[in-house]
Design a protein around this ligand. Structure first.
Ligand code: DGJ
Length: 672
């Protein structure tokens, strides 16, 4: 890893692997800070050991990572693979025939370690896996402070902290998607402050992350899939999802930067694809989509400098509200009387790319698809389906449903010149049944085919950008991020609410994946009015888009918006490639986000609390102490003002806020 070491060791009896050290390179030279140096009275040795990964049986009382319907006692069975960046260590249990390979993978360029487990049933009988975590991480804190991201629809990514002196803390989802309630991410620090450790799961289905205070006082974090038992037939292998672990001496901000670097690595060469400024029609026209209004919006969007026009929900046959149409993915001929292709051509003639919303896993009871294939939804014979948002969910794990969705995408993407797909998902599956296959791994099957479809889109249509969405931020995790270009964090686009959501989001995920629109929304939770500038600067913190009804914007507003879009384009690459430092929080009187890349630093700053009366009253400018600059260098802003690095680091970047100037963008270039 770039600056971190993760060390494991095999005790002499070779029954389990132990964690030795996880910290800055070199930390492993010395006695392990996580070792149990005492006895383990009234319990087994495994119960007090900083185990890497153990089954129930071998560790009977203090928490195991793998729970079968019978106890498992395994032994080290050799190293499957050991390269400078990968390690695969096998453990086998003679009695059950279970073989587990503990897998480790690191990247020399980041401080992120990937861990997962592969279980193979080498015995003659089916094994029932009741719980399978991907990994357990031992963290050498005295008293743990946990940071997690929680919320609900339209209120996702709220950062919360809790001190855990004893016992267990657990977050998760049983919704078949990560859900709006918790993000599959957790960070740990000691209450004394200092370094931080983080975990982030790459799984698009139900999950859990648990943190237990061990009997040694250390903290052990386990992360993995959740849900019903999984049956493993003889000879079958179950690959658990990857969980990413990150360590940073720079606390939560440093852990966030490690995960950002990991997500940039996941994007590979697609990181260099410019994420276009999109206009999205949803908030302006909702289901009332038809050619004339969309073209009116597109014309103005093009004038504002948008690069992409996305037609959201409402474009397809029979879709007049949320009760109908899902599944019938053909453009509504009444809404596009001249043909959909001709409509797209007109959008493109404005210099805009064209994007389209779909919700491939959904079906309306009132649709041709449901009439023809009522058996394709999750269901239990003899029980009525449950409608959520007036729709049902297709059992995507079925091969025929997978084929239907693949063909639907192939048809849309070959019939029309589509540059961008927004993949939405607006309800979790229930009831959770597939008649005839009572013990199928429904969650695993659904996720596998969701990934296969995204992989198919990537491979077959590499030029098409993909936005991941699930009623806002219901499916934001590393596996989706690895297969999409941006994700939609929340349906809440109100200025102060959004700033808070994005503040939480950036703790776990990178700015180049954070889609954000400027809208007219007054606010769900915080209705304080904010300027157009404030809303633009907020959306500039990630991938800028516009979702307002711009037909009603005055010429002055449009001119101002065009200037913001032009400014964003000039800072976009620094925002998307830069190292992020979050300065203050939206709950403070003011806060900022710093992005540094090469010799350029961009600071986005927001006035989030009360004004103090300056300049009408005595007072001082707001100051934002920047980070990671060279104290001896000189930095010049866009107005020509020069500051020493020491001044910016220690006195802080000065910004004057007024009632109308409630946000700012400062671009600083380091002078040679
Ligand atoms: C939920 C999404 O989060 C919104 O952006 C929008 O696409 C609606 N669905 C459309 O139904």
């Amino acid at each position: 890893m770039a600056t971190t070491t993760y060390t494991v060791g095999l005790p002499s009896d070779e029954r389990w692997l132990e964690s030795i050290a996880w910290g800055p390179t070199g930390v492993e030279h010395g006695p392990s800070p996580i070792a149990n140096t005492g006895r383990t009275p009234y319990l087994t040795a495994a119960d007090g050991a900083p185990v890497e990964y153990v089954p129930f049986g071998l560790r009977p009382f203090t928490g195991a990572d793998l729970v079968l319907d019978q106890e498992v006692f395994w032994r080290f069975d050799g190293a499957d693979e050991a390269t400078p960046t990968t390690l695969r260590l096998a453990f086998a249990d003679d009695l059950t025939g279970l073989r587990a390979v503990l897998c480790y993978q690191v990247s020399p360029a980041t401080d992120v370690l990937l861990r997962w487990v592969e279980l193979t049933n080498g015995g003659p009988d089916e094994l029932r896996v009741n719980q399978v975590d991907s990994a357990g991480f031992s963290v050498p804190v005295d008293t743990a402070e946990l940071t997690f991201l929680t919320g609900r629809w339209a209120h996702e990514f709220q950062r919360e902290q809790v001190v855990l002196p004893a016992g267990r803390f657990e977050i998760g989802s049983s919704q078949g998607v990560p859900g709006h309630q918790f993000v599959p991410w957790l960070a740990v620090q000691d209450t004394a402050g200092g370094p931080a450790w983080g975990v982030s799961l790459a799984w698009s289905g139900s999950w859990r992350i648990a943190a237990d205070v061990e009997i040694t006082g250390a903290l052990r974090v386990r992360a993995g899939r959740a849900g019903s038992a999984i049956r493993l037939a003889p000879g079958e292998t179950l690959v658990a999802p990857q969980v990413a672990g990150a360590y940073s001496t720079e606390g939560l901000d440093g852990v966030a930067r490690a995960f950002h670097a990991h997500e940039r690595e996941l994007a590979g060469s697609r990181l260099d694809r410019v994420r276009p400024v999109q206009y999205n029609s949803w908030e302006a026209t909702e289901f009332a989509v038809e050619e004339e209004s969309q073209l009116a919006l597109a014309r103005i969007a093009a004038d504002l400098g948008a690069e992409l026009f996305v037609v959201d929900d409402g474009w397809f046959d029979g879709r007049h509200d949320d009760t109908t149409g899902l599944g019938d993915w053909t453009p509504d001929p009444a809404a596009f009387p001249n043909g959909f292709a001709a409509f797209i051509e007109q959008v493109k003639a404005l210099g805009l790319g064209f994007g389209l919303w779909v919700e491939p896993e959904a079906v309306s009871p009132k649709s041709r698809l449901y009439r023809d294939h009522p058996d394709w939804v999750y269901r239990i014979d003899g029980r009525p389906g449950t409608l959520i948002r007036n729709q049902l969910l297709l059992d995507l794990g079925r091969e025929d449903v997978f084929e239907f969705v693949r063909t639907m995408f192939d048809r849309l993407l070959t019939d029309y010149p589509i540059d961008y797909v927004k993949w939405d998902m607006n309800r979790p599956p229930t009831p959770r049944g597939r008649p005839g296959e009572p013990s199928a791994d429904l969650d695993g099957d659904h996720v596998r085919n969701y990934w296969r479809l995204l992989d198919h889109l990537r491979e077959t249509y590499p030029d098409v950008l993909i936005e991941g969405c699930a009623g806002g931020g219901g499916r934001v995790e590393l596996a989706t991020i690895a297969r999409t270009d941006v994700v939609w964090p929340s349906d809440n686009t109100a200025p102060m609410d959004r700033l808070n959501i994005q503040y939480g989001f950036l703790h776990a995920h990178a700015p180049h994946v954070m889609s954000s629109w400027v809208t007219d929304h007054p606010g769900f939770f915080d209705t304080r009015p904010k300027s157009l500038r404030f809303r633009f600067v907020t959306a500039m913190a990630g991938v800028l888009g516009i979702g307002a009804d711009i037909r009603h914007w005055s010429p002055e507003q449009r001119a101002e918006a065009a200037a913001h879009v032009a400014l964003y384009k000039s800072i976009r690459s620094t925002v998307h490639h830069g190292e992020v430092h979050l300065i203050g929080a939206p709950g403070d009187p003011s806060c900022a986000a710093q992005y540094s890349h090469g010799s350029r630093t961009v600071v986005l700053a927001w006035q989030t609390g009360d004004l103090d009366g300056t300049p009408a009253l005595p007072g001082r400018q707001s100051r934002f102490p920047l980070r990671a600059l060279d104290p001896l260098a000189t930095y010049r802003d866009g107005d020509g003002a020069e500051y020493s690095g020491a001044h910016l680091l220690h006195a802080g970047l000065p910004i004057t806020f007024t009632p109308t100037h409630d946000a700012d963008v400062v671009v600083l270039d380091r002078l040679p």
